[in-house]
Design a protein around this ligand. Structure first.
Ligand SMILES: [Fe+2]
Length: 394
């Protein structure tokens, strides 16, 4: 995928995009055994098999089930593979997705083929284009989750299996500098111009008032984060938010997730390509919001708000790592949910989570954009999440 998937795509472009996106999920799955594809390492993560079926269920439920001629592949899948849509009905509990040994992985592949054929027919009739585009963007979101979830699962295995995907290709950052931003009244959010897809949470575009500020031109590196650790960062409560300090104690955090070898005095890091020596010049990743905020406090700086980030984003490169912001995930003024079942897509999660901006090496190319709002709870560490610093401009 080199470009964003837009509702203005022609029918043949959409057919092509549909096949590309669906194939990409299958290419991820092709690296896994059926046992790998079933494992669920924690309630927040889902088995690959579930992701493959759920993204298919989404197309089936939002689009195909509305077509009079369509016959469901298996009516039981509506219970098994609904994620969180209350309007669609009851569902299997999220923490128990790894217990769904039947249908088999092969049957899930057959489900995908069945739905793909019906979807290509629906695209051919140019029906429900906006929903098809939403379904493709939804599947791309799950592709990143497939990678983060299998990484977490493999990390639970003492043999540290190699998924076979090199995380290092996009991971080097240059020396960081400060970009000075005047602030003032700026516009943020996606335009209502429907030629570019955006999720409902990116709209409406609106004005915000920013004070003058500085923002780093690069994200924080492993080397910089290692200096925080060496300076006792995880043992000094003065840098931590109260809930963050509680998390350090209860979870026993002493480094980012996937760092190994601290007791040997030589850091290595577990990746989807196996265990490697820690590249000090690469962006730190797999830190929680709490760790990002503590690092910023230690550095005498702060995290940018999501609006500072977006207003300055034309002045720096992004996309190697999701960047925690100091903004809680809230609706924009005038926010309206998508219609129909997709009304539950984003709006109901707007409490207790922080916004991340940018995109990561696991984000499908062309999927993210400067107005894109990712969100996770402040203690989440299994996503490719990192840090960009900001400061007041005095
Ligand atoms: Fe989903």
């Amino acid at each position: 995928m080199s470009e964003a998937i837009a509702s203005s795509s022609s029918r043949s472009e959409l057919e092509e995009r549909f096949s590309e996106v669906r194939d990409c999920s299958m290419r991820i799955a092709a690296r896994l055994s059926p046992e790998d594809a079933l494992v669920q390492s924690m309630p927040d993560a889902s088995p690959t098999k579930w992701h493959l079926a759920h993204t298919t269920w989404f197309f089936e439920t939002v689009i195909l089930s509305k077509l009079p001629r369509y016959k469901a592949f298996d009516p039981a899948f509506n219970y098994l593979f609904n994620s969180y849509y209350n309007a669609v009905g009851p569902r299997h509990p999220r923490p128990q997705r790894g217990l769904i040994t039947r249908p088999s992985l092969e049957q899930v592949f057959a489900y995908r083929e069945y739905v793909d054929a019906a979807m290509l027919e629906a695209i051919g009739e140019a029906d429900r284009i906006d929903d098809i585009v939403l379904g493709l963007n939804h599947e791309q979101q799950h592709q990143e989750l497939m990678l983060t979830d299998i990484k977490h699962a493999f990390f639970q295995n003492p043999t540290l299996p190699v998924f076979g995907w090199d995380e290092r290709h996009a991971c080097r950052v240059d020396q960081s500098d400060w970009s000075r931003q005047q602030g003032g009244l700026v516009e943020v959010g996606a335009t209502s111009n429907r030629t570019e897809f955006a999720f409902d949470n990116e709209r409406p575009r609106h004005q915000v008032l920013l004070q003058p500020y500085k923002i780093a031109t690069n994200t924080v590196t492993n080397g910089e984060f290692a200096a925080f650790i060496d300076d006792g960062g995880y043992r000094r409560p003065e840098f931590w938010l109260s809930d963050g300090w509680s998390a350090v104690q209860s979870e026993g955090w002493s480094s980012p997730l996937y760092w190994l070898g601290g007791d040997r005095g030589e850091w290595t890091v577990f990746t989807l390509g196996g265990e490697h020596p820690l590249n000090l010049a690469a962006p730190v990743q797999h830190v929680s919001f709490f760790e990002a905020a503590a690092f910023a406090a230690w550095a005498g700086k702060r995290l940018p708000t999501e609006f500072e980030w977006e207003a300055a984003s034309r002045d720096f490169a992004f996309g190697s790592v999701w960047e925690w912001t100091r903004s809680s995930y809230d609706p924009y003024p005038g926010f309206k949910t998508f219609e129909g079942m997709a009304a539950e897509y984003n709006g109901k999660f707007m409490v207790g989570q922080m916004v991340l901006r940018g995109g990561s090496i696991a984000t499908p190319r062309g999927h993210a954009r400067s107005s894109y709002r990712n969100f996770f709870p402040p203690n989440a560490r299994w996503q490719f999440s990192g840090i960009r610093l900001a400061d007041d401009w005095e």
